[in-house]
Design a protein around this ligand. Structure first.
Ligand SMILES: [Mg+2]
Length: 275
């Protein structure tokens, strides 16, 4: 039974976990930044130095989609290449590209960028141990993600997650997160009731709000820094904590899930040791 702390709701034991993919299991940010830098340089060799404030701002704008173009893709207003070109156009303008350089080269930013970003795809350091621990404990594991299923399946396979059979994409259940539909489809495929399934993701808007609406147990993943997880004895080995204002559990690394799944033993707990 999950402990109730600080007014947190008590609920039934969790028997399954649905993970978000991008920036939860896959360190997408760590792949986007070098791919962005390489592609900018290919289009405009005289672009500002990578260490400059202008470059960092442009890279952040692109990677974090501060222009809000990805939601327009999910809403059907742009196609997938279109949202990337829109992000690249914003970034080139922020970099101060001269006339004639602000329009992203379509081939460079679609196929070229895609090849580069794929070469940098990696799981976070705590993922392999966490998934092994959950499986050993008999916990159902799946992925619910906001890109099309075929693309995300290919991505998951490429980073060593081919054995995660349950994968629900933005096109699988007719709507992307935070709509309840993809979460409920994930639960159906796990064969578990929503209240028995935790949803672990980095996005308050897509993952936490969606999980709440669908009746899952929300767990907001707030890693201390992209590409890094806390070391042994740090926060990652504590159990999930309750955030009363957002009405969600939160963790800062996957090793923290060990407190909810003691049968997962050292595999899951050691996820907190990854550095
Ligand atoms: Mg995410």
């Amino acid at each position: 039974m999950i402990e109730s702390v600080d007014g947190a709701p008590s609920h039934a034991p969790v028997e399954g976990v649905l993970f978000d993919l991008d920036d939860t299991l896959l360190d997408l940010r760590a792949a986007q930044l070098p791919a962005f830098a390489e592609t900018v340089r290919a289009q405009w060799p005289q672009a500002p130095e990578e260490g400059s404030a202008a470059f960092r701002d442009a890279a952040e704008h692109f990677a974090a989609d501060l222009g809000g173009h990805y939601p327009r893709y999910l809403a059907g207003e742009l196609d997938f290449p279109g949202q990337r070109l829109a992000r690249a156009r914003d970034a080139l303008a922020l970099l101060g590209a001269p006339a004639g350089r602000t329009e992203p080269d379509a081939a460079l930013w679609t196929d070229g960028y895609e090849e580069r970003v794929r070469s940098h795809w990696r799981v976070f350091d705590d993922v392999v141990a966490a998934l092994a621990g959950l499986r050993a404990a008999g916990v159902g594991v799946g992925i619910v993600t906001n890109n099309v299923e075929a693309y995300q399946r290919d991505k998951a396979d490429a980073i060593g997650l081919a054995d995660v059979a349950v994968l629900v994409g933005s096109d699988t259940a007719g709507a992307p997160k935070p709509d309840p539909a993809p979460f409920l489809e994930g639960c159906r495929r796990l064969g578990l009731a929503p209240e028995r399934v935790a949803c672990v993701g980095d996005s308050l808007e897509s993952d936490v709000r969606g999980a709440q609406a669908a009746g899952l147990v929300p767990v907001w993943l707030r890693r201390t820094a992209h590409g890094q997880t806390p070391g042994a004895g740090d926060a990652a080995v504590r159990g999930p904590a309750w955030d009363a204002s957002e009405r969600t559990w939160w963790i800062d690394g996957l090793g923290a899930l060990a407190a909810w799944f003691p049968a997962a033993g050292t595999d899951l707990a050691s996820a907190g040791d990854a550095v």
